[in-house]
Design a protein around this ligand. Structure first.
Ligand code: ADP
Ligand code: ADP
Ligand code: MG
Length: 467
């Protein structure tokens, strides 16, 4: 298909805006960047064919303001909008407004976003499709009495989750009825303030589970899965280090899990890239659906590395009307890939954000190395947004080779002027439990207080060796 008449507006910033610009340019599509005052000199603003400043630095006055983005789309003659991740990417009203303005939304339709982007609703849909979910309340709970009654069957410990939550936020734990009484009210008001909706539901807290998610891709008619990612290494329920495939799954379980996910995608007539997230219990080999992200995910490059499929290009192509020409049998797993999220954060100060000006930057080179980033030498990292600076993605023929290449790659990486999470990743790569994939979603929270001081000290004086 010839896409040269299209003009794609990227309603995002940072590394994902750069990633989308590259994908669009490869397809011969003109790229239109919108940015805040703080991002005028950013890499996506420089790389795009055209750029427009839409508002002040604060995201709620720029990247989160649908009207401003739609107005820019009109002025720039955009034909389509890619929302990236975060911001308006899972906002059904925005997706609908884009279509109502006569433009193409790169993602599923508003109805699907509403159905699957709302967590309580997604649970019900998954369950109806025969996918096991974590035991929890049937839909949203709007009163404390309702929560106490539901907790009888859900059981403690449990999580109170915001239906509209995301990015690891909007989740509170209650270990008994007293805690539930206290936390429920806080959860409701926090959800209202953070996500604009106070809707919450309950879910049993599963300790010692792995986070395993399945990538799906569809064109509205036909859909496939692209196997799974393992994202158990998390801090505050936010992914830190991801890999594909999961080292924990047998091929039988892998096929079962991925086929179920693909079946759900098919039932939804899913259009675009999406992810079904599960908790997996190694011992019982049971998996439970937790949520779906109806957008591109941060960690999508590990899937691209092992399957050779460009997910962002496909999102754009199917949105512009091309059929998905890949069949399920075309998708095979080649080797192993890991992704390390390099954030501008100070590990020594509770991972407090560490914005500022880059004084020196050097990326590694070599086989199997991919860097997704918006950084450049001299860039001033603004304090207003997500602290993600770069994703270092490493591919190897085996998991061990990926780890070895990753150590060399991080040793060659130099980011100066701000503090980053690089020391954490260097230590994780050498940790025996991480190397043997002996971890669950709680591991990093225990590991950090035990190891942090060591890695901060170590970072001061030496570089790592591969031995
Ligand atoms: P992924 O599932 O792709 O790993 P994350 O959970 O890390 O994504 O979220 C990606 C980005 O999107 C982060 O910047 C996060 O803060 C943001 N984000 C995700 N969901 C929401 C939401 N519902 N509200 C606000 N920000 C969100
Ligand atoms: P978000 O939208 O913020 O990504 P998720 O529902 O995906 O929210 O949960 C984020 C993380 O919290 C999961 O990856 C997992 O580590 C943890 N988590 C979520 N639900 C449960 C649960 N029922 N039991 C244990 N951990 C959970
Ligand atoms: Mg999630």
């Amino acid at each position: 298909m010839n896409f040269s008449d299209h003009r794609l507006l990227i309603a995002n910033r940072g590394e994902i805006a750069v990633r989308i610009i590259h994908a669009a340019q490869a397809l011969g599509i003109r790229t239109l960047a919108v940015c805040s005052e703080a991002d005028k000199l950013s890499l996506p603003a420089t790389l795009a064919d055209e750029v427009m400043v839409i508002g002040p630095a604060r995201a709620d006055q720029s990247y989160l303001k649908a009207e401003l983005i739609l107005e820019a789309a009109k002025q720039m003659n955009a034909t389509a909008i890619h929302p990236g991740y975060g911001f308006l990417s899972e906002n059904a009203d925005f997706a609908q407004a884009v279509v109502d303005a006569g433009l193409i939304f790169v993602g599923p339709d508003a109805h699907t976003i509403r159905q699957m982007g709302d967590k309580a609703c997604a649970r019900t849909t998954a369950q109806a499709a025969g996918i096991p979910v974590v035991p929890g309340s049937d839909g949203e709970i709007d009163s404390l009495e309702g929560a106490i009654a539901a907790a009888q069957t859900v059981g403690f410990p449990l999580l109170i989750k915001a239906s509209a939550g995301g990015g690891g936020r909007g989740i509170r734990i209650a270990r008994d009825a007293n805690e539930l009484a206290k936390e429920f009210i806080i959860a409701q008001s926090e959800a209202k303030a953070a996500f604009g909706s106070g809707a919450v539901y309950l879910e049993r807290f599963i300790e010692k589970a792995r986070h395993i998610e399945v990538q799906i891709l569809g064109d509205g008619e036909h859909s496939i899965h692209l196997y799974e990612r393992e994202c158990s290494l998390q801090r505050r329920r936010q992914k830190v280090f991801e890999e594909a495939p999961s080292p924990a799954l047998s091929s039988t379980i892998r096929e079962q899990l991925c086929q179920k996910a693909a079946k759900l995608a098919q039932a939804l007539h899913y259009k675009g890239a999406g992810t079904l997230e599960f908790l997996y219990d190694d011992t019982s080999e049971a998996f439970f659906f937790i949520e779906m992200n109806t957008r591109i995910q941060v960690e999508h490059p590990v899937t691209e590395a092992i399957t050779g499929v460009d997910l962002v290009q496909w999102m754009i192509k199917v949105a512009l009307g091309e059929s998905l020409s890949i069949q399920q049998d075309d998708i095979t797993i080649n080797g192993s890939a890991i992704e390390m999220r390099i954030n501008a954060e100070n590990p020594a100060k509770g991972f407090f954000p560490s914005p500022g000006r880059l004084t020196h930057l050097q990326w590694p080179v070599g086989e199997g190395i991919r860097i997704d980033t918006h950084l450049f030498d001299g860039y001033l990292i603004p304090p207003y947004y997500d602290s993600l600076l770069a994703k270092v993605i490493i591919h190897g023929q085996t998991r061990q080779q990926a780890f070895e290449r990753a150590i060399t790659a991080l040793n060659e990486t130099q980011i100066e002027g701000v503090l980053t999470t690089m020391p954490l990743h260097k230590a994780l790569l050498q940790d025996p439990a991480i190397k043997t994939a002996d971890f669950d979603t709680g591991t990093l929270e225990v590991w950090l207080p035990e190891n942090l001081h060591k890695l901060i000290e170590k970072e001061k004086d030496d570089a790592l060796t591969t031995h």
